[in-house]
Design a protein around this ligand. Structure first.
Ligand code: RP5
Length: 166
């Protein structure tokens, strides 16, 4: 059964999809309905602004926005909505994506973008899920299980190394 779409995963170009797919896959694995969009702060500014203005009325609860370089997409969407916006700075050839990171994170007071690490699409999805889980106890349970699985993976790695010589 398809889930209601609660999160929009927006990217500045289809070239961003290989990274942003991880956000969509993570949301899907947690049973969260999401939609994919290519919108550009610079190439389609009016479309991007309209999308953000209408997002809340469309039933969206969180927007994840990934862009690279002069990465203004998350910030310009945040300028047009009161929904939480999570920015994913995408890796570039310039200092590993430092340009994207600073363009996304350095928002002026009053217009926040919750910025994750460069190429941190999975964490963007998890942060969105944690926001939704504030009012969704089933989702909160699934996130708790996810954290427990992370801990089990670390324990398994530790067990594999244990007893090895330094
Ligand atoms: C940004 O410019 C996009 O988010 C992408 O990361 C980068 C390059 O876009 P393309 O030239 O591949 O369309 O706006």
């Amino acid at each position: 059964m398809s889930q209601p779409v609660r999160v929009a995963v927006v990217m500045g170009s289809d070239s961003d999809y290989p990274v942003m797919k991880e956000a969509a896959d993570t949301l899907a694995s947690l049973g969260i309905g999401c939609s994919l969009h290519v919108l550009s702060a610079h190439r389609t500014p009016e479309l991007a602004a309209d999308f953000a203005r209408q997002a809340r009325q469309q039933g969206l609860q969180v927007i994840i926005a990934g862009a690279g370089g002069a990465a203004h997409l998350a910030g310009m969407l945040a300028a047009h909505t009161i929904l939480p916006v999570i920015g994913v700075p995408l890796g570039t050839k310039l200092a590993g994506g430092l340009d994207s990171l600073l363009s996304t994170v350095q928002m002026p007071p009053g217009v926040p973008v919750a910025t994750v690490a460069v190429d941190g699409a999975r964490n963007a999805a998890l942060l969105a899920a944690q926001m939704l889980a504030l009012s969704d106890s089933d989702l909160a349970d699934r996130l708790t299980q996810y954290k427990e699985e992370l801990a089990r993976e670390v324990a398994a790695k530790a067990a594999r190394l244990a007893g090895g010589e330094c």
